[in-house]
Write a protein of this length. Structure first.
Length: 153
């Protein structure tokens, strides 16, 4: 006889917090392109912050099913660091196989689809620390070449 689902969910929630660091604060939210309608978006999780025990249990079930299926989890090591946004963009395109494969960022957010990868590229390009568009050689990069960047002040 199996216990009621809510008891199983409680245990999965408890074990998930220990095994996978699953909590209401740390769970990933799947990314979806702003250009894709809700009906065509593929969510791999229940979406948003998982604030209920049942939603966290569903997330833990998905992780356990992937482990049992021996779903490959791959970390890609790049031979050299990209120089500029073009190199970063090329690497993201290659790693995601042009949006066909799901990729996961350092926060555990799942990114899938060409549009979602393009949104991630735009987010990296436009947010936080500026990334140079591209350098065609060290002499043409402002930080390495002879061209001087005026110092503000």
């Amino acid at each position: 006889m199996t216990p009621p689902t809510n008891q199983i969910d409680e245990k999965l929630d408890e074990w998930g917090s220990r095994l996978f660091n699953v909590s209401t604060e740390t769970l990933p939210r799947p990314r979806r392109s702003r250009n894709v309608g809700l009906s065509s978006a593929k969510f791999t999780s229940t979406g948003g912050q998982l604030s209920t025990a049942q939603a966290r249990a569903t997330y833990v079930r998905q992780k356990l099913q992937a482990m049992v299926r021996r779903a490959p989890q791959v970390m890609v090591k790049l031979v050299r660091a990209p120089k500029g946004m073009k190199g970063i963009s090329n690497n993201l395109t290659y790693i995601s196989r042009d949006g066909q494969l799901e990729i996961e960022d350092q926060d555990g957010q799942v990114i899938q689809g060409k549009e979602a990868v393009a949104d991630l590229k735009a987010e990296w390009r436009d947010g936080g620390t500026p990334i140079l568009p591209d350098c065609q050689g060290l002499s043409k990069c402002p930080q390495f070449g002879s061209s001087k960047i005026p110092h503000p002040g």
